[in-house]
Every structure is written in structure tokens, then in C-alpha cells.
Design a protein around this ligand. Structure first.
Ligand code: FES
Length: 99
């Protein structure tokens, strides 16, 4: 995926759903709901850690594979969506979240 560098995130709108697409440090692609569950903040504007993305506003980190917050103040998870890699394309199924 050319638009998302390793260790970075990109916000996209798919079928009206705000999605945060992340490429982790190992090169794996993840797709999560982009809105922090603590406030109306785009997670794609945050910081990618090894296995999580951190909301810049108050520091909650969400696990890339489960969407669960690792620390307060957020305590509700964000959805995680299935990702399929098709050549250079990343296909995200926003209709069938994994979590
Ligand atoms: S808005 Fe994201 S942690 Fe507060």
C-alpha cells in the first residue's frame, strides 16, 4: 500500500465509515474505526506504536488487532475491520467488523 508508510496511519472514508488504516512496524496492515472512543479525535492523527495506535489528545492506546484500549481514559474499544491485500490494493470490509 503506497499511501501508508511503515509505522504510520491514514484516515479514509469507506461507505460512510471513518477508517484508520495502519501499517505496523512489521509491515502488517490493520484497519480500525478512526474515531477515538474518548472523544471526537481521529486516531490516524495519532502515533503508531509497535502494536497500537495512540490518540494524541489524551494518550489512550488502542491495540491494532483487537481495537481494545490499553490504558485510560478511553475504556471502550474501536471496531477492527477485516483487511484483504490484493496486489497493491488494500480491501477493507467495513460491513463485517471483527470486533
Ligand atoms: S480523545 Fe482520545 S484519549 Fe481522549
Amino acid at each position: 500500500m503506497g499511501d501508508v508508510a511503515v509505522g504510520s496511519a491514514l484516515r479514509v472514508e469507506l461507505d460512510g465509515v471513518a477508517v484508520c488504516v495502519v501499517q505496523d512496524s512489521a509491515g502488517a496492515i490493520h484497519a480500525l474505526g478512526d474515531t477515538c472512543t474518548h472523544g471526537e479525535i481521529s486516531l490516524a492523527e495519532g502515533f503508531v506504536e509497535d502494536d497500537a495506535i495512540e490518540c494524541w489528545a489524551h494518550g489512550s492506546q488502542f491495540e491494532l488487532t483487537t481495537g481494545k484500549p490499553k490504558n485510560l481514559p478511553a475504556y471502550e474499544p474501536v471496531p477492527v475491520f477485516p483487511v484483504t491485500i490484493d496486489g497493491d490494493d488494500v480491501l477493507v470490509d467495513v460491513q463485517n467488523p471483527l470486533t
